[in-house]
Design a protein around this ligand. Structure first.
Ligand SMILES: Cc1cc2nc3c(=O)[nH]c(=O)nc-3n(C[C@H](O)[C@H](O)[C@H](O)COP(=O)(O)OP(=O)(O)OC[C@H]3O[C@@H](n4cnc5c(N)ncnc54)[C@H](O)[C@@H]3O)c2cc1C
Length: 296
């Protein structure tokens, strides 16, 4: 039996592993895909304190190495369900059962994709899902934002402060965002709404050069250096719904203390209900959840 099982080897899970292992606990990390989580697909991270610039892969490798050196063990397996019992919990995977006294869920989330054929090829080459993360790379350039919710409008407004021109592409004729943001978008001189429009293709050779949008039955091309896809995020915690409370979007309900509705189970990082989903906040949660789990 491990003292603590951590589900997910992203920034939150690996930080939790570092804290728990340093506290002398036996730690098993279960990871479904590859170590590092979302950030391993990012070519450059420039907003994590202490690193002026680092690739997402190198960042993940460093975290993983640190966790392993401290004694945390990784098992490549998907946590399919969790049972509570007298000793603690049993995390079930297709390769077997993992018992533990406490569990930290650090399953992250995913940005919704446009589901266009060229999408994967342009990630990090003009295409981004996070203006806070990558906006600074487009200073003085032309960018487009896709989406019509508050997050998309906030991203467009943030980008309008540093970019020469921002297109805001939205599939309806009205936004689903806070009224104040809609007013600010209307007032921004360098922000051009492209309404009733959907992106139908991404174009470019080595990096993104333009997007084709379908508008009112026709098609037009928008030349742009970058495209920010802000059409929401998805959390996949259905497997744990009988153990912990989820909100309407599938995020695990937990506050700054990372405690869930089930005693002994903690949620850290992007998978929990929160406002800011970034590496720093994931790392902070990892520390908070681990220290709480050490006390179980
Ligand atoms: C392209 C890109 C660029 C970004 N750039 C930045 C940036 O510059 N700065 C910044 O601060 N943030 C950035 N972010 C956001 C940042 O990556 C996330 O906030 C951070 O990764 C969240 O960490 P996490 O550990 O909570 O989740 P994740 O990184 O999503 O990790 C969760 C892990 O859990 C695993 N998992 C899920 N379910 C299961 C299961 N049932 N069993 C086992 N394993 C499971 C997943 O495979 C994954 O590895 C970026 C995100 C993307 C996509």
């Amino acid at each position: 039996m491990s003292d603590i099982i951590i589900v997910g080897a992203g920034c939150a899970g690996l930080t939790a592993a570092i804290y728990a292992a340093r506290a002398g606990k036996s730690v098993t990390i279960l990871e479904n895909e590859g170590v590092g989580g979302q950030i391993s697909t990012s070519p450059r991270v420039e907003n994590y304190p202490g690193f002026k610039s680092i690739s997402g892969m190198e960042f993940s490798d460093k975290l993983f190495e640190q966790a392993c050196d401290l004694g945390a063990e990784l098992e490549l397996a998907r946590a399919e369900s969790i049972e509570k019992n007298a000793e603690g919990f049993t995390v079930k995977t297709e390769f077997g059962d993992y018992p533990a006294r406490a569990v930290i869920l650090a399953t992250g989330c995913r940005h919704r994709r446009l589901e266009l054929p060229e999408e994967e090829r342009f990630v990090g080459k003009g295409l981004s899902y996070c203006a806070v993360c990558d906006g600074a790379f487009f200073k003085g350039k032309t960018v487009a934002v896709v989406g019509g919710g508050s997050a998309a409008l906030q991203s467009a407004l943030m980008l309008a402060e540093i970019c020469e021109k921002v297109y805001l592409i939205h599939r309806r004729d009205t936004y689903r965002a806070e009224e104040k943001l809609v007013e600010q978008v209307g007032a921004a001189a360098n922000l051009e709404p492209v309404l009733n429009a959907t992106v139908s293709s991404l174009n470019g050779t080595d990096s993104l050069e333009s997007v084709t949008v379908a508008v009112n039955g026709g098609r037009s091309e928008i030349k742009t250096d970058g495209l920010f896809v802000c059409i929401g995020q998805q959390a996949d915690n259905a497997a744990f719904a009988s153990l912990v409370a989820l909100d309407e979007n599938g995020y695990i309900v937990a506050g700054e203390d990372c405690r869930t509705s089930c005693e002994g189970v903690f949620a850290a990082g992007d998978c929990r209900t929160k406002q800011v989903r970034q590496l720093t906040t994931a790392a902070a949660d990892g520390a908070v959840a681990a220290l709480a789990a050490c006390r179980v």
